[in-house]
Design a protein around this ligand. Structure first.
Ligand SMILES: [Zn+2]
Length: 215
């Protein structure tokens, strides 16, 4: 599936942290004791005996995992640097693999993510991309929404529409249930600014973003 749309940009603030886009959602409130109780109930509903040795600590382990997964680092913000030599240069950051959860089946999906932008006097701190991606992955998600949210975050960070994000996803809800297509991949692209209007630039990005590692 391929989607693209032009998104409004915020003002750039080179040299300091910038806020996330306005459509970001606040982190959930997680009632861990209640989750522990519900997992125990789920085990019973599935015909298990939660008091047997192997399952005794399972509800608390599962609840701890949910708490951690749904609480990605809220301080993961993009930091921009001014670099006057980086003029109109295509930057593609790839190899950003993050785990998320499909909101339709609550099963994992692995999102192999590539971010491209035109560095025109502003360079985004490379180490931040992975943390921003993790921030949007750590919730019940759809790959299409993740792709757009990540693109919005980079647009907001660099203050330019010239941003493209490509995501190659492996969804366990396709691999281990339903049609059981183990090799199925879903690709999404969100392209803005010159990535929409310049075919050569778009092709350069897609070529680089297609060089993904083994999922
Ligand atoms: Zn699914």
């Amino acid at each position: 599936m391929t989607t693209d749309a032009v998104r409004p940009s915020d003002t750039a603030h080179p040299g300091r942290a910038v806020s996330q886009p306005t459509d970001d959602v606040p982190g959930p409130t997680i009632d861990t004791p209640y989750v522990i109780m519900l997992v125990r109930e789920l085990l019973i509903a599935l015909g298990e005996d939660p008091s047997r040795a192997g399952l005794l600590d399972t509800p608390s382990r599962v609840a701890a995992w949910w708490r951690d997964f749904l609480s990605p680092d809220p301080s993961a913000m993009a930091t921009c640097f001014t670099e006057t030599l980086a003029s109109d240069q295509l930057v593609v950051v790839g190899g950003l693999s993050v785990w998320s959860l499909c909101e339709h089946h609550m099963l994992p999906m692995k999102l192999d993510t590539h971010v491209g932008y035109l560095a025109d006097g502003t360079v985004l701190g490379l180490s931040k991309f992975g943390r921003i991606a993790q921030r949007y992955a750590g919730r019940l998600q759809m790959q299409e929404r993740f792709t757009r949210q990540l693109a919005d975050a980079v647009v907001a960070a660099i203050g330019s529409e010239d941003v493209a994000v490509a995501v190659h996803g492996v969804h366990l809800c396709m691999s281990m249930r339903g049609v059981r297509m183990e090799t199925a991949r879903t690709s999404t692209v969100q392209a803005g600014g010159r990535f929409r209007t310049d075919p050569l630039l778009s092709q350069q990005f897609l070529t680089l973003a297609g060089r993904r590692g083994a999922p």
